[in-house]
Each structure stands twice: as structure tokens, then as C-alpha cells.
Ligand binder design. Structure first.
Ligand SMILES: *[C@@H]1O[C@H](CO)[C@@H](O)[C@H](O)[C@H]1NC(C)=O
Length: 358
């Protein structure tokens, strides 16, 4: 009876007024509770899982560690066996994905993560997840779950990849792509279809675009920073506007692509004369490179500060130039990648942007 009272009464004064974290309470002095009676997992004991609150940023091809630590309150003297499960949360209807499960030293990884993930256990209570060779699809929210018998607690880690969002329209013009074609169009530009989070972040950074484009969740949206009449009207507030879910095969729009930060180099080829598209492709090859893709030019503009007032061909047959520091005779007054659209590839001559992988 004495022990039961102790158990019932003790946690109450400890819990009130404590910070609320990851869905459960924790004490700022974790070892301050000392019940001192052995170590059964009785009701006064808590399992605490901690993960970082801030979003982690990494880039394609990198190795990243998603931190996760657990402990007991009150602290245990001898370790207890736990099961660890890492999984990726579903985003807008995509199924959730198992990443890794571990018991003691045995672990198993799943799907696309097989062979690319392991548990990092540098500290006694560390169960961080290391992901090697990050892929573009790896961004998202991951749950670190610690299971001890009937106790089960978890924490979230959000991972984002560094990259740049850009709207894409094919040579045929506006609103030509169904969802599958949109995926292909981004892939052809060394990019993927952007997620809503990526588009939202781009809008916060100033992206404003008046044509609606597909996102990864098969919704169609467009970001507006300043209300304009031809673009939904003056009465609508700035924001990311959504047409909602659209049919992947039947509906046609533009697309928002997400290009990762680059390992290679994009440069304007110094060449004595202007070139047709096929001459431009050859000129890059003669220089030991390839003609750059749209996603590569955007990434070089955003992450390498590529700034050039000369229009150049790109692999898709569009002509563009990147401006970081706007100036006279060099397009609009905001930084951006300017586009001349898709000029006739034989009769028009321009410079060229080449890409050399590292
Ligand atoms: C990632 O880790 C693997 C194995 O530990 C290593 O071989 C590789 O060089 C690392 N990659 C990067 C980009 O650090």
C-alpha cells in the first residue's frame, strides 16, 4: 500500500509546470527523481525520446544523420533491451515507409533504404539514423520510435534537401502536361516534381508565378507574392493558391520542379560566334562537358551565384540567362533566371551554357 501511494503521488508534482515536448512531459533535471527501488517498469517511470525541433538540411549524395536519443525517467542503472523502429511518414496520401528496425545489434532495412541506412549508436542511449547517399525523394518527416515492452514513445525528425524550385513549361506551351508527363519533364531537367513544402518555402523566398503547376501530391497550385489582375484578381491575398487534386492523366498544367544543389559546374561557354542549338550541343562536348539542363542552370544561379547577361541555349531547346545582381539592359529588376522561351533551333543563334560534372 505504501509503495502504491508513492507511485500514485510522486509523478503529480513533477509533471505540473514542466515543458511539454514531443507529446509528453519531461523534466529539465532528468535525474532529479530518485525512487531508488529497483527497476521494474512501473507506472511512475517514463520513456523519453528526444529529436531536434529544427528541420535538418542536406543535399543529394550526402550522408546525413537524423539524431534521436532516449532515456528513462527516473534513470535506469542497468540497460533494458529496446526495439527501435524508424519510418517515414506519409505525405499527402503516399503510404508510409518502413526504413529500419533494430533489436540490439540486429537490424533490418527496407525498400529503397536497404543498404543505405544504419543505426548510429555512439552514445549509450543514441539511436540516430544514418542515411548515406541521399536521394531527392528522401526529404520528409521521419519518426524514431523506441519500444520497451508496452511502453512506446517516438520523436519526429524533418529532413529537407537543399534545392531550388522552378516553374517549367514544355516547348509546346502552357498547360500541356498531365502528371506523368510533368514527372518526365522535371526528370529531363535533372530535377523532380516539387513537394508542397518546397513550393511553399520558395514562395516565402519570393517566387511568384501566374501559371498553375503540378506538385508531387498531384495537386495543382501557384504561388503569388503580389496580387495582380490577370492572376486571380486584386482581391485575393498573396499566398500559394490551390486548384486541389487533379486527375493525373486527364488534366493538363505546367509543373513546379525541384532541382538539387549541384556537385558539378555550369558555365557560359566563351565561343567566338553565336550558335544554333545543335552547334551549341557540339561546342559543349568539344569543351569536355554537356549542354546544361534547366534544373542545373537554376541550381547554379541559386547556389553558385552564376550571373551572366548572355542568353544561352539549354538542353531542352530553351534559351535563358541567370541574373543574381539585376542591372541596366539585363532584364527585370529582380534576380532570376530569364527565359526567351524556345526559339527556332536552326534559324536562331545564341551562346550556350555547359555543365561539367565533378
Ligand atoms: C558516405 O559514407 C560512405 C561510407 O561510410 C563513404 O564511403 C562516403 O564517402 C560518404 N560520402 C560522403 C559524401 O561523405
Amino acid at each position: 500500500m505504501g509503495l502504491l501511494l508513492l507511485v500514485l503521488l510522486l509523478p503529480v508534482p513533477c509533471v505540473s509546470g514542466l515543458p511539454f515536448y514531443n507529446g509528453f512531459y519531461y523534466s529539465s533535471s532528468p535525474h532529479g527523481w530518485n525512487l531508488g527501488h529497483g527497476e521494474g517498469l512501473f507506472s511512475g517511470m517514463k520513456l523519453v525520446v528526444e529529436t531536434p525541433e529544427d528541420t535538418l538540411f542536406s543535399h543529394r549524395g550526402a550522408n546525413v544523420t537524423l539524431p534521436c536519443w532516449y532515456r528513462y525517467e527516473p534513470a535506469l542503472v542497468s540497460p533494458r533491451p529496446v526495439r527501435i523502429k524508424w519510418w517515414k511518414l506519409s505525405e499527402n496520401g503516399a503510404p508510409e515507409q518502413d526504413v529500419l528496425v533494430a533489436i540490439g545489434l540486429r537490424h533490418r532495412s527496407f525498400g529503397d533504404y536497404r543498404g543505405r541506412v544504419r543505426l548510429q549508436q555512439a552514445g549509450e542511449r543514441e539511436v540516430s539514423l544514418e542515411i548515406r547517399d541521399l536521394r531527392l525523394e528522401d526529404h520528409g518527416r521521419y519518426r524514431c520510435e523506441v519500444i520497451d515492452g508496452l511502453e512506446d514513445e517516438s520523436g519526429l525528425v524533418e529532413l529537407e534537401l537543399r534545392g531550388v524550385v522552378f516553374p517549367y513549361q514544355p516547348p509546346q506551351g502552357r498547360y500541356q502536361l498531365n502528371f506523368h508527363e510533368a514527372q518526365q519533364a522535371c526528370e529531363d531537367q535533372d530535377a523532380v516534381v516539387a513537394s508542397f513544402e518546397q513550393l511553399f518555402r520558395a514562395w516565402e523566398e519570393g517566387l511568384s508565378w501566374c501559371n498553375a503547376g503540378w506538385l508531387q501530391d498531384t495537386t495543382v497550385q501557384y504561388p503569388i507574392t503580389l496580387a495582380r489582375r490577370p492572376c486571380g484578381g486584386l482581391g485575393l491575398a498573396p499566398g500559394v493558391r490551390s486548384y486541389g487534386l487533379r486527375h493525373r492523366r486527364l488534366h493538363r498544367y505546367d509543373v513546379f520542379c525541384f532541382a538539387p544543389a549541384l556537385k558539378g559546374q555550369v558555365y557560359y561557354l566563351e565561343h567566338p560566334e553565336k550558335l544554333t542549338l545543335s552547334e551549341a550541343k557540339e561546342a559543349c562536348q568539344e569543351d569536355g562537358a554537356q549542354i546544361a539542363k534547366v534544373g542545373q542552370l537554376f541550381a547554379a544561379w541559386k547556389f553558385r551565384g552564376l550571373d551572366r547577361c548572355d542568353a544561352g541555349w539549354l538542353a531542352d531547346g530553351s534559351v535563358r540567362y541567370p541574373v543574381v545582381h539585376p542591372r541596366a539592359n539585363c532584364g527585370p529588376l529582380e534576380p532570376g533566371v530569364r527565359s526567351f522561351g524556345f526559339p527556332d533551333p536552326q534559324s536562331h543563334k545564341y551562346g550556350v551554357y555547359c555543365y561539367r560534372p565533378r
